[in-house]
Write a new protein. Sequence first.
Length: 241
Amino acid sequence: MPYNCYGYFYSYSCTGPSTVTGHPEAFYRPPRPVYVPPTPSYRIYTPGHNADYAREYYSHLTRVNSPDTTVDYKKAYFFIIKSLMEDNVHRSMKYQAWSSTPGGNKRLHNAYLKAAADNVPVFLFFSVNGSRQFVGVARMSSKVNFRGTFMHWKQDKKWLGKFDVEWIFIKDIPNKELKLILVPDPSNYGYKSVTKMKDAQEIPFEQGMICLLYTSDAADDSLRVDLGGRRIIKKKKTTHK
């Protein structure tokens, strides 16, 4: 059996001054370890993981897209939420948390305190930058913890502050469906579409209720969506013969 100069048995190729296997000057070279990527603590959702799967796998999502969800309010607060990454929206749905910019967190915090005093909800309409659609609606369920951090964001330790949310609708709504809903635009002394609003901007009550009712109606159809809001089963087009 071949041994190296240290008396250890080896069965791998050796390198050294001599290429003759078993030469005294040859030395043992252990095999290179095979890299196995670590398993992430979060779950990346594919089109196969739809809302039905999510409701079964995560108990806190059992009420998502429920036809019994109340959408008739005399008073409520509505805000636009813009996310840089769809993965962060996935994590929000799984862990029931969110964080905005420092200014956004302050506006949302103040709105939640006013809403809690009046016993009314704060609704957040989520959209991913560049997606040209809204992906769902969540209800703010806690005030902002400005010193808290959420360790599951795609960009770790970038966002300071944290508050709890409860997702009520997960549905992709193309911007073209809501672009005719106009809100005052003080910067231009006119109006702009709700789809043009920026992160953590408040939607007036009347326009917010229209968005909420539209999302509720859209969530009642038979389309199944994954946790990112993508449609995975589309309505079949009627073929006329």
